[in-house]
Design a protein around this ligand. Sequence first.
Ligand code: ATP
Ligand code: MG
Ligand code: MG
Ligand code: MG
Length: 463
Amino acid sequence: MVNRRIAEILRNGQPDESLVVQGWVRTKRELKGFAFIEVNDGSSLANLQAVINQDLPDYEAIIKQINTGASVEVAGVLVASQGKGQRIELQAETVKVYGEADPETYPLQKKRHSFEFLRTIGHLRSRTNSFGAVFRVRNACSAAIHQFFQERGFLWVHTPIITASDCEGAGELFSVTSLNLKNVPRTENQEIDYSQDFFAKPTYLTVSGQLEAEVMAMAFSNVYTFGPTFRAENSNTSRHLAEFWMVEPEMAFCDLEGDMDLAEAFLKYIFNFVLEKCPEDMEFFNQRIDDTVLATAENIVNNQFERLTYTDAIKLLEKADFKFEYPVSWGLDLQSEHERYLAEQLFKKPVIVTDYPAQIKAFYMRLNDDEKTVRAMDILAPKIGEIIGGSQREERLDVLERRVVAQGMKPEDLWWYLDLRRYGTVPHAGFGLGFERLVQFMTGMGNIRDVIPFPRTPQNAEF
Ligand code: ATP
Ligand code: MG
Ligand code: MG
Ligand code: MG
């Protein structure tokens, strides 16, 4: 008999087809002479209902073993369902229980659990409807990202995790030390010597793959990275993780306008893709998590984003009829409340803010002729705030050297980066998208810890 995924059976299965499914039991209902179980294998939000008749050998024993959370294999024949709620169901011929789940201790019972509670059982939460939907949408977003860039001839480049430079200059780094656990008697409470550095220079986990992506763009023209990045953020917000994934395209022969056009087309493409690939999951988010999810997605796909300069944004914020917690004035970085006000209240769509003051942005952004602002752009999303940070890069060697020094960095540490300007420099631009913030924006999930399978936040790296 053919082994099939439940999503596909629910879509295409026809009465009289014989098949096998494997999955985890969501519910069991015992009636007179038979029992219903609902099985989920992670392929869809909906479960497949199986009917187990009492004439099955060992009926009593099997039913006793099957509880919410048990893993089973059911073989049988599809039949048209008599009941409401499903088109077809599986008439079981054999049921095999792989692993039982004790109803006294299995933490996922039928009631709805809070996300806070589910974070304490992160190793089991993927078996719930919400997390099933989140991780399927997360997968669809990843696939859309690769498809978007591959269709446009971008090269996917793998930039290093271990680096010697702090790309953003923000100083929120995790350092890398070597440790040979074979030489450490783990049973004894002995001091561990972390001091023997493996690398000749101090090294860190990367905060961004951008500088290395620029290296690759200076040979392949259009490239992108998509990988994990790390920041020792001590901020306990619903938008920051210590480990998050970033998508960073980098384009040679490209200015800030080209960069913004690409970023906007990119977001539209991903939303479109997910709406098409995961309609049930998106409907679920709209019903259960945030009733603006579908309208927001339609809005992204169909409307142009707003574009304005930082200077104009500050003017709008200064005269806003809204009490902000943090002050706004020219020269200060926007806080997420300001970003959200612009996108959520004022324009009611994503907003691209450009030309930020040089002093609040990284050294590599291209200086404007006013010498005060840089060719930066941030894309601000309703409910989230910043989801993309990008810029045209400084391609002029002398200006870049000046900016490196002004930001307290040593040009000799960045000799290879400066070389890119020494030999065959070109105008180029790129951006970084926080992948988890995109998934948050897409699904309406309020907390970034709930859109990554294993969130890393201060004090939390257990599972
Ligand atoms: P924020 O102002 O929200 O702290 P940032 O300006 O420090 O973000 P960038 O250095 O511009 O962040 O990084 C590019 C993108 O990566 C951001 O636009 C955001 O989407 C994402 N990002 C940055 N820091 C984090 C984090 N700690 N957790 C998750 N995503 C992040
Ligand atoms: Mg930050
Ligand atoms: Mg920022
Ligand atoms: Mg930024």
